[in-house]
Design a protein around this ligand. Structure first.
Ligand code: NIG
Ligand code: FE
Length: 418
C-alpha cells in the first residue's frame, strides 16, 4: 500500500501513549487507551484518533481500510541507543566472558572496543553498509520504527566519518528512521595510548568541527567510565560538543559509580544511558533536570550485571526509556521481546511503564517526542499492530515477537507473523 490515506478501524485496543514530551514518574503508567478505536492517516501523518464510530463519521473521502478486530495498535517502538554500524564480531570474547573474564579486563588487554575498531577501520563503506542493513530489517520486524545509531568504532577522523556516512546512506535507502550520534570518545585508540587528554583535545579541535551537516548528526556521546574517560574529560568534550550545536548523551555509571548521572544532570543532557550504578543523588538530579534515564537491560543481562534500578528511578520521578544497545561486544542482541520480558519480570516495571519507555520516552531520549512516539493527531504515522488484543501480551507472551503489522509513515510495510 502506498503513502496516502489509510483508516485502521475496530482496533480492539488503541494504545495511544498520547503526549508530546517525556512522561515522568507516575505519568508513565498512563497509556491513553481507547477501546474499539480508529486512526485515520493522510500523507504519512495521523489526522484522526478516537472511537471507531466517531472517526468514521468525520471522514468525507474514501479511505482504504484495515480491520483491526482482535488486535492492539501501538506507536512504533523507538530504540534510542544502538551501535548498529560496525565491522567484525567478538564471539571469542563472549566465550571468555562466559568463563569468567570481565568486560573491562578484556578491554584493558586490548580487546573490546579497540578490537572492533580494528575490524571497522579495515572495512569498506560497502562492507559496513551490507552488514548494517539487515540489522535494520530485524529492528523493523520487531516493531522498531526509529533507531538511534552511534559511531565510535573508528576513533579517528576517517572511519568515524565512514560510519556516519553509512548511516546517512541507510537513512535514504531504508524505511526506518535513523538518528545519528557521534561517539568519537568511545575508547582511547592505540595511537593515543596513555594520552587520554590529548585525545580529547584532538576530538575537540579536529573531529567535532569536521562533522558534516550532510551526515545529520543530532547527538554527541562519550563513554564516561573509570579507566576510559573521566568526569572532567567527559565534561570538557560534552561542553565543546554543545557549543558546536549538538545535543548530549552519556554512557554513564555503567561499570562503576562515577557520578555520570550527576554530570548528565549538570549538563542537562538529553539522556544518560546504562546507569547500572547511578547513585540516589544522581537519580534525584536526573528527575529534577529532565534527563531521560535510558536503561539497557539486554546489556546487563549479557554482562551478568545487576539491572539498573528502573523501579526506583520511576518512583523518584524520572522519565525512563528502554533501548537495546545492540553492539558487537557487551550486547549482541536487539531483541525487543527479550528486553520487554526483562524490564517487566526482573526490573519491576509495569507493562504500562515498559510501553511508555519504548515509545514516547524513547522518542524524548532522541529529542523527538513532538513528532513520534505516540498516536496523536499531527504526528508521523509510525504504528504497530499486535497479533493479540492487548499490550499486556507483550511481557506475557515473553520472548516472542507478537508484532503483526508495521506501519511506517502511513505505509503498511509488512504483515510479519502470518
Ligand atoms: O554501550 N560501554 C560502552 N559501549 C558499548 C559497548 C561497546 C562494545 O563493547 O563494543 C555499550 O555497552
Ligand atoms: Fe552503548
Amino acid at each position: 500500500m502506498k503513502e496516502g490515506k489509510l483508516l485502521i478501524r475496530n482496533i480492539s485496543q488503541l494504545v495511544t501513549c498520547s503526549g508530546f514530551a517525556a512522561k515522568k514518574g507516575r505519568e508513565m503508567s498512563d497509556l491513553g487507551i481507547i477501546e474499539d478505536g480508529a486512526v485515520a492517516i493522510d500523507n504519512g501523518r495521523i489526522t484522526h484518533v478516537g472511537p471507531t464510530e466517531e472517526v468514521v463519521s468525520q471522514l468525507e473521502d474514501y479511505y482504504p481500510e484495515i480491520d483491526a478486530r482482535g488486535k492492539a495498535l501501538l506507536p512504533g517502538f523507538v530504540d534510542s541507543h544502538t551501535h548498529f554500524v560496525f565491522g567484525g564480531y567478538r564471539e571469542e570474547e563472549f566465550s571468555w566472558r562466559l568463563r569468567g573474564d570481565s568486560y573491562m579486563s578484556i578491554m584493558e588487554r586490548g580487546g573490546g572496543i579497540v578490537n572492533t575498531m580494528k575490524a571497522t577501520r579495515g572495512s569498506s563503506f560497502d562492507a559496513l553498509y551490507a552488514a548494517a542493513r539487515p540489522r535494520l530489517d530485524e529492528f523493523l520486524q520487531m516493531g522498531v520504527t526509529t533507531v538511534e545509531g552511534k559511531s565510535g568504532y573508528g576513533l579517528d577522523l576517517e572511519t568515524e566519518a565512514l560510519q556516519l556516512q553509512v548511516m546517512a546512506a541507510l537513512r535514504k535507502d531504508h524505511p526506518i528512521d535513523i538518528v545519528s550520534t557521534y561517539l568519537g570518545p568511545h575508547a582511547v585508540p592505540p595511537e593515543f595510548a596513555g594520552r587520554t587528554d590529548a585525545f580529547i583535545d584532538f576530538l575537540i579541535r579536529e573531529a567535532l568541527p569536521n562533522i558534516h551537516p550532510d551526515w545529520q548528526v543530532s547527538f554527541c556521546d562519550i563513554f564516561c567510565e573509570k579507566g576510559v574517560f573521566s568526569i572532567e574529560q567527559s565534561e570538557r568534550f560534552l561542553q565543546a560538543a554543545r557549543e558546536q550545536g549538538f545535543a548530549l548523551k552519556l554512557h554513564a555509571d555503567e561499570i562503576v559509580p562515577l557520578g555520570g548521572a550527576e554530570l548528565a544532570a549538570r549538563l542537562k543532557a538529553t539522556s544518560a544511558d546504562h546507569l547500572l550504578h547511578a547513585s540516589d543523588e544522581g537519580i534525584r538530579q536526573m528527575a529534577e533536570n529532565d534527563v531521560v534515564a535510558t536503561l539497557l537491560p539486554l546489556t546487563a543481562f549479557s554482562l551478568k550485571e545487576p539491572y539498573a534500578r528502573g523501579r526506583e528511578m520511576i518512583d523518584a520521578g524520572c522519565a525512563v526509556a528502554l533501548a537495546s544497545d545492540l553492539n558487537p561486544g557487551s550486547c549482541f542482541s536487539s531483541s525487543i521481546p527479550m528486553l520487554i520480558a526483562i524490564a517487566c519480570i526482573y526490573m519491576k516495571l509495569s507493562p504500562e511503564e515498559t510501553v511508555t519507555a519504548l515509545t514516547l520516552n524513547g522518542a524524548a531520549a532522541l529529542g523527538r517526542a513532538d513528532r513520534i512516539g505516540s498516536i496523536d493527531v499531527g504526528k508521523q504515522a509510525d504504528m504497530i499492530l499486535l497479533q493479540y488484543p492487548s499490550y499486556k501480551f507483550l511481557p506475557y507472551h515473553f520472548g516472542m515477537n507478537i508484532v503483526d503489522t508495521v506501519i511506517k509513515r502511513g505505509e503498511v510495510l509488512s504483515s510479519i507473523n502470518h
